[in-house]
Design a protein around this ligand. Structure first.
Ligand code: SAM
Length: 167
């Protein structure tokens, strides 16, 4: 198995623009059983192994209330990915697809997302199941699973807008 850094047959890389208009703050770190990309699941599963998310200060206070939710959406930075492919060949068989039609970790902004089961909250540490990233992956954000979350803020006009009926 090779790490996902080589260019495969028919894949297309570009020279990406210099980043400049956005900055991220990593709010924590994710501990998982996998040290190599090639050992990770392709996608996490809710019955996968326990993983531990550590939230850094000053963000620990932001965890208040998170224990209400059985499932969370986790956003993480797939920091070991190259970022310059516009066409990729996941099966390495010469057949390619556009990066935005894939969930590959190789993308211009290598953000990974997973819906995880929340097992436990212990101060700055969350135990979750459902991740697919390597040990030490930086944490970008945590949110309640959208299917469990009811907005607490009052409704806004846009909440009631619909488009034309599907034909
Ligand atoms: N679940 C996320 C998503 O859909 O946005 C990520 C899916 S991606 C296909 C998961 C794969 O990314 C893993 O199987 C592993 O090969 C790779 N990977 C995991 N952690 C990574 C990291 N920190 N940097 C780069 N690649 C990583």
């Amino acid at each position: 198995m090779t790490p996902r850094d080589e260019i495969r047959t028919n894949e297309v890389a570009v020279a990406p623009p210099v980043p400049g208009d956005a900055g991220l703050v990593f709010v924590g770190r994710i501990a998982t059983p996998w040290t190599e990309r090639t050992d990770c699941p392709r996608q996490g599963r809710l019955d996968g192994p326990d993983c531990r998310i550590e939230v850094f200060e000053p963000w620990v206070a932001a965890l208040d209330g998170i224990g209400r939710y059985e499932r969370l959406e986790v956003l993480y930075w797939l920091h070991r990915s190259r970022r310059d492919l516009v066409r990729q060949s996941p099966a390495d068989d010469g057949a390619t697809r556009g990066t935005f039609a894939l969930r590959s970790p190789v993308r211009p902004n290598p953000i990974g997302t997973a819906v995880v089961r929340l097992v436990a909250v212990d101060g700055p540490f969350l135990t979750v199941r459902g991740l697919d990233c390597v040990d030490g992956t930086p944490l970008v954000d945590l949110k309640p699973d959208r299917t469990l979350f009811v907005p607490l803020a009052p409704p806004q006009p846009g909440d009631f807008e619909t488009g034309p009926a599907a034909s």
